[in-house]
Design a protein around this ligand. Structure first.
Ligand code: GUN
Ligand code: ZN
Length: 668
């Protein structure tokens, strides 16, 4: 019921289908009071903005009029919300009052009875920093209730979808245990619980620990909900870490206190009252001046004050949804990390959260797409720790280099380096020290993200940051194959030697580069696919073609038939296979690498070029990353099709719903 359509960082632009209704993620569920008289914002506006709301089944259960109405006519009729309704179970009341007047199974039954789409178990929200013993005991109780709730739902015929909340306080190993055990039960959504106190205390580093330790051990095919996260300044970071759902009571609670939400923090109406207009374009802020709204809010007239609260709550809701639209757009554009960095600069504690992410980069990188529509923008030192950089440092080892000349270039040299530096003989691997990516082999420097980046002038400490990485990389080569490393004299020999060929005009520059094109293609394929695809014999049979206008490499073809094997995609310079290229990759890359094995029943569809659905994936290369080019094969490793995977290796095996591979072409 959860399908990923696009992604960036660990964020998933997806669709959840529940009871024939659709939710687009990431999104927020406004908290709606089950008593329509206590609802701050009219339900019409909520119906307009939201795909899903969350309301409280415990309040509904324990308030006789609400109980009677909901039991008879259902929760949708009570709240007048049309789409998906999620309910909480009373756990929040449990965390505030210490006890509740309902049994765990009683509230499951009630949620089912009133026609809730997604109910919640009566989990125990253990606060932060309690003893390990207490957190462990309470987690064990939550796990028992979880198991019972799943069994109960089965008895009742599976109508009720269920939230299985992750607990464990601030004890990371208990969060892991919780995620593992809850993950094995068939919950539909996994909320991360008891993070509200941490968010109230601005402990965003601890929130990041909880999100990532839970994500690492939860099934990848289920949506994750960050329970109680309603402030828009936190959405970008949490979405980038794979939280799909948020809930907001904040929009109404803050309004009651005269607080005005913005994406970078909260302001008080009082502080804004001297501004000519609000710093927001929502229907409320366009219509009211700060002074006017503040006057209403401070009025002795109760109705006027209530009206001001409603208006403020509406603004709060508009900015909340606006930020989610911005996040969705950033996911599509591939610049979510830039948005996260921007948001986290609003408060040092948010920066704590972002900085904590670097600790988990090995995991984060597995979920981050290998190519993005937007270039990599370095917005500050934190950018050094982004997954694109981490991945490049790993994948650098994929590129075979035999005669290495290590060089510094001035920061004013435009990228790609290869188009702006004099070229030398094909067999020299010029390795450029790059302040952010560490080392960039000149032969692959046109590929994402090595040229598709913008980096400002760096501070001295930033320039030195990668020195250890460079030294370690070079020492390893020196220990193993010292003869690989060329000195300046040999390099001068090569450059002088080829100088006659190298003229200043662009024409001759590229004409000369042509002779090295196939070496370049060979290394680019190694970097992208992790295997040697072009041996000497094949090299002799290939040719390349450059664009007449831009002079950039465009195609790799068979010399004799002129059939295209690969197109070099302009946006990222990745080698996109055509049928001939896919056949060559299949021949040269050993199974199971770069492969997705599908069920025999859909082999014919794949051969005809139809998309591959996740439920038909039976095996794959576990190291695949989102947006990699893959080969679709049969159990016998017969090549059926090729395309782009939307899912990484883990997800390919875990998802059983939605498209997994966007097939470019089948072998038919
Ligand atoms: N609302 C905020 N935090 C929690 C939690 O941990 N559990 C439940 N059920 N609801 C919450
Ligand atoms: Zn506004």
């Amino acid at each position: 019921m959860f399908e990923i359509k696009a992604r960036d960082a660990m964020a998933r632009l997806g669709v959840i289908k529940i009871n024939g209704k659709k939710i687009e993620t990431p999104t927020i569920m406004p908290v709606v009071h089950p008593n329509p008289k206590k609802q701050t914002v009219p339900i019409d506006l909520i119906n307009k903005l939201a795909d899903v709301i969350i309301t409280n089944s415990y309040i509904t259960y324990t308030t006789p009029e609400l109980n009677e109405f909901a039991s008879e006519k259902g929760i949708h009729e009570l709240t007048k919300f049309k789409n998906v309704i999620v309910t909480d179970s009373g756990s929040f009341q449990l965390s505030v009052y210490g006890s509740v007047n309902v049994q765990p199974m009683e509230i499951i039954d009630f949620q089912e009875k009133i026609g809730v789409d997604v109910g919640t178990i009566l989990d125990i929200p253990t606060p932060p920093d309690v003893s390990y013993e207490r957190a462990s005991r309470e987690l064990d109780e939550t796990l028992i209730r979880a198991k019972d709730s799943i069994a109960r739902r089965e008895e009742m015929g599976y109508n009720l979808k269920l939230n299985g909340t992750i607990q464990g306080s601030t004890h990371v190993d208990l969060r892991i245990k919780s995620a593992q055990q809850m993950g094995q039960m068939d919950f539909d959504i996994y909320p991360l619980g008891a993070v509200v106190p941490l968010m109230e205390q601005y402990r965003y580093g601890d929130v990041v620990d909880i999100i990532l330790n839970s994500k690492m051990h939860l099934p990848s095919n289920k949506p994750v909900h960050l329970f109680g996260c309603g402030h828009p300044m936190l959405f970008a970071l949490s979405a980038a870490l794979g939280c799909d759902l948020f809930d907001s009571a904040a929009y109404a609670l803050y309004a009651k206190q005269g607080r005005y939400l913005t994406v970078s923090g909260t302001k008080h109406l009082e502080d804004l009252k001297d501004l000519k207009s609000f710093p927001c374009q929502c229907p409320i802020c366009s219509q009211y001046a700060p002074k006017e709204l503040n006057k209403m809010f401070t009025s002795k007239n109760k109705d006027e004050r209530k009206e001001a609260e409603r208006l403020l709550a509406e603004h709060n809701l508009y900015v909340t949804f606006e930020e989610l639209d911005r996040i969705k757009f950033a996911i599509k554009e591939g610049n979510l990390w830039e948005l996260v960095e921007e948001r986290c600069r609003a408060h040092p504690k948010l920066m704590d959260g972002l900085r904590r992410v670097s600790k988990y980069m090995e995991f984060v990188e597995k979920n981050d797409p290998v190519s993005k529509k937007s270039g990599f923008f370095y917005t500050g030192f934190e950018s050094m720790f982004r997954p694109e950089v981490y991945r490049h440092k790993q994948r650098l080892n994929r590129v075979q280099m035999d005669k290495i000349y290590l060089t510094n270039v001035s920061s004013t040299v435009r990228k790609p380096y290869s188009e702006n530096l004099p070229n030398i003989e094909c067999d020299v691997d010029v390795l450029i020290k790059d302040p952010v990516f560490g080392l960039v082999p000149m032969y692959i420097d046109t590929m994402y993200p090595l040229s598709q980046n913008e980096i400002p002038e760096l501070y001295e400490h930033e320039k030195k940051f990668n020195n250890d990485f460079v030294n370690e990389f070079m020492s390893k080569i020196e220990e193993e194959n010292p003869e690989k490393i060329m000195d300046i004299h040999t390099y001068n020999y090569y450059t002088n030697h080829s100088k006659s060929k190298f003229e200043k005009s662009k024409e001759t520059l590229y004409a000369h580069k042509d002779t090295c094109d196939l070496t370049r293609i060979d290394k680019m394929l190694q970097y992208q696919y992790g295997h040697k695809i072009i041996d000497d014999e094949i090299m002799d049979k290939l040719m390349t073609k450059r664009s007449k206008t831009t002079k950039r490499l465009r195609n790799v073809m068979w010399k004799d038939t002129k059939e295209v094997l690969f197109t070099i995609r302009a946006s990222d310079n990745y080698l996109i296979p055509a049928k001939e290229g896919a056949k060559l990759l299949h021949e040269k890359i050993p199974a199971p690498f770069h492969r997705v094995v599908i069920d025999p029943s859909v082999e014919e569809f794949a051969k005809d070029g139809k998309s591959v659905y996740a439920k038909f994936v039976i095996d794959c290369d576990k190291e695949l990353r989102p947006y990699e080019e893959v080969l679709v094969v049969s159990k016998e490793d017969e090549l059926l099709a090729f395309g782009t995977t939307l899912l990484n290796g883990k997800e390919l095996l875990e998802f059983d719903y939605g498209v997994a591979i966007d097939v470019r072409n089948g072998v038919n």
